[in-house]
Design a protein around this ligand. Structure first.
Ligand code: CUA
Length: 637
């Protein structure tokens, strides 16, 4: 019996190995090797964090590499009931009037052009904000903005080599200061863009707007910051140097070259300190036509996207979306052209560097080059949106033969199956990349996943770049919509898994039963609760219609993963308290009734029993109704 039943299976295996092919055209030995390359066995951990932007979800996603497994969502610009973000007073205040953001380019903080594991900054293209996530607890701690005089915070957030600044450039231009109205037909005269230097406190990471540089109304795109020889400089591409204000897909693609910005941010900082700025909407603004040495332009292949500085700081690579080449600038030549005034003209008082004097070469990488990353071994990797591929090519110095024919500098190409937008190589923007892995972040999922209806996911692909030839080993899907990512070695940080009781400085934290309770002061009712497996103390709050109810809940657990929620039915409240954390919400009570509250985060076998009641009496009714001021109301003590 046994032999008989195994026989057909054996035939299938032999047949498969003879054809050498598995499903989807990947041969059997590659399937095994690829699976092992990205396999992280149960109980084992990934080697890298992948922090990828969530686009218009407003959030940041964290996955592990090489498994590509999603781990958590860090809510940033949008409420996230799963972690209670946007429901308690503090996170609500950070979000302000907005319930969404458009996260594009995360940046890990750096010291000496190396990730220092302290913060992750992300931009909001839609509402002109920057957020800071602290890597001690993977939580958003500050949202700065809307930034004055800045509209369309897309060319951001690019961090300087010692996290001195987050540098941002505007995608859109409007009449400035914000609120001034002019006719878009007067776009060239009335509209302006801006480069902003957001100062980062070196101890706390607290951001504030430092200064701004006025620019023509080009649409600034991606950028990056210098290091080594280009220390103190930053670079942005632009599209729409035509300064079109309508039908941009045609009108902004007229010129063969667009102007990229070369910004001396250290000189900008000094110019402001020397009093050379004028104030607009509370921010010192530098007019580069009046203060020379701050801003230069350089022509770059048509409608470029990414502008990336290599790990040595010498080569600056621009992708020419509508030109099949990447343009490599030699920063030493840029510096020489500035010193020698090798200009080919000027635009509104800003010198345009002579193209031939600063460009090392145009590498014919393929169609639709968007964004370039580096492995620190002299190789560059560029995403090709139109070719749906990743191309590997050699940075200068090139041999004479390569210089004569730069197709020889193109080393390898791997099909991405999707339209690749951004890509990230581990540590590419540092002086010493980890290399090893490349993640392609693709637009359009091309139906390579199980059918989930018309709302399709985004896709990512993991590429091994350790060998001469790139090797795609895995693909994965994610919520919309990653635009860029940062990769950090897991061993470089030690996030805290519990907030230590000693470090909880919330004045309304309570740790003992005696300190809990509900007190009334006029129309204000304050409840201080503890949460621990598996009860709230107190588990009854009495109040009246018309009261301002303030609830502080302290999770007094000091055990990893013992998270409690506080969901209040029919009041749109879901706070979530991590171990050792105190959170607060306040609401105006408008309707009478008995409203259960309950723990929303599964915490124990008796999680379901973790509940209580908010009793909202008619005005003047209920316990403590007559007592004015300081009285105790409700049960629990
Ligand atoms: Cu506490 Cu569930």
């Amino acid at each position: 019996m046994k032999t008989k039943s195994l026989l057909p299976l054996a035939i299938v295996i032999i047949a498969a190995s003879l054809t050498g092919c598995g499903k989807g055209g990947t041969n059997q030995s590659d399937r095994t090797a690829n699976a092992l390359a990205s396999y992280v066995a149960p109980g084992e951990k990934d080697e890298y964090y992948l922090f990828y932007s969530g686009g218009h979800s407003g959030q940041v996603y964290v996955a592990g590499l090489p498994s590509l497994r999603p781990i958590i969502t860090i809510p940033v610009f949008a409420p996230h009931p799963g972690t209670g973000y946007g429901f308690d007073d503090e996170s609500k205040k950070m979000l302000g009037d907005f319930t969404w953001g458009d996260v594009h380019h995360p940046a890990l903080s750096q010291t000496n052009s190396k990730y220092d594991g302290r913060w992750l900054f992300v931009n909001d293209n839609a509402n002109n904000r920057i957020a800071r996530i602290d890597l001690r607890d993977f939580k958003t701690h500050q949202i700065l903005g809307p930034i004055p005089n800045s509209i369309g915070n897309h060319g951001s957030s690019f961090i300087t080599e010692n996290s001195e600044y987050i540098l941002c450039a505007t995608r859109f231009s409007v009449p400035l200061p914000k609120g001034r109205v002019a006719d878009p037909n007067d776009y060239e005269k009335q509209f302006n863009g801006m480069v902003s230097g957001i100062k980062v406190d070196p101890q706390t990471g607290e951001m504030k707007v430092g200064w701004q540089i006025l620019t023509p109304p080009f649409d600034w795109d991606l950028g990056s910051t210098g290091k080594g020889p280009s220390s103190g400089w930053a670079f942005w591409t632009s599209y729409n140097t035509e300064m079109a204000h309508d039908t941009l897909e045609v009108n902004a693609s007229q010129k063969d070259r667009d102007l990229a910005a070369v910004v001396n941010w250290r000189a900008a900082e000094k110019a402001v300190a020397d009093g050379k700025a004028e104030m607009m909407d509370g921010v010192p603004i530098i007019d580069p036509a009046k203060v020379p040495g701050i801003l230069y332009f350089v022509p770059i292949g048509k409608s470029p996207h990414g502008m990336d500085v290599d790990p040595t700081g010498k080569w600056v690579v621009a992708g020419g979306k509508l030109s099949p080449t990447t343009t490599v600038l030699n920063f030493e030549k840029v510096q020489a052209a500035i010193n020698d005034k090798t200009f080919e003209g000027e635009f509104r008082g800003v010198p345009i560097l002579k193209y031939e004097a600063v460009v090392e070469g145009e590498v014919p990488v393929g169609l639709g080059p968007l964004h370039t990353q580096f492995d620190g071994k002299g190789n560059a990797y560029t995403s090709l949106f139109i070719d749906s591929a990743i191309v590997k090519w050699k940075l200068p110095p090139w041999t004479d033969a390569e210089k004569k024919d730069l197709t020889k500098a193109v080393l390898d190409k791997v099909q991405a199956h999707f339209s690749t937008g951004h890509l990230v190589v581990a540590g590419s923007d540092t002086a010493n990349p980890y290399g090893k892995w490349l993640v392609a972040m693709n637009k359009l999922s091309a139906g390579r996943h199980v059918n989930v209806g018309p709302s399709q996911p985004e896709s990512s692909q993991l590429i091994d770049i350790t060998g001469d030839k790139m090797k795609m080993v895995a693909e994965s899907y994610t919520d919309p919509e990653p635009h860029f990512a940062q990769i950090l070695k897991v061993s470089e940080i030690q996030p805290e898994e519990v907030y230590p009781k000693d470090e909880n400085k919330d004045p309304n934290a309570v740790w003992d039963k005696d300190a809990t309770g509900v007190t009334r002061n006029g129309n204000q009712v304050v409840a201080k609760l503890t949460a621990i497996r598996s009860h709230f103390t107190p588990d009854r709050i009495d109040a009246q219609v018309g009261d301002d109810l303030i609830v502080h809940v302290t999770n007094i657990e000091q055990t990893r993963d013992m998270i409690h929620g506080f969901g209040l039915v029919e009041h749109n409240i879901n706070m979530v308290m991590d171990p050792g954390e105190t959170k607060t919400f306040h609401i105006k009570l408008t309707k009478p009734g008995v409203f259960p509250f309950y723990c929303t985060n599964f915490c124990s076998a008796l999680h379901q029993e973790m509940q209580g009641y908010l009793v909202v009496w008619e005005p003047g009714k209920g316990p403590g109704a007559g007592g004015a001021g300081g009285g105790s109301t409700g049960g629990g003590k």
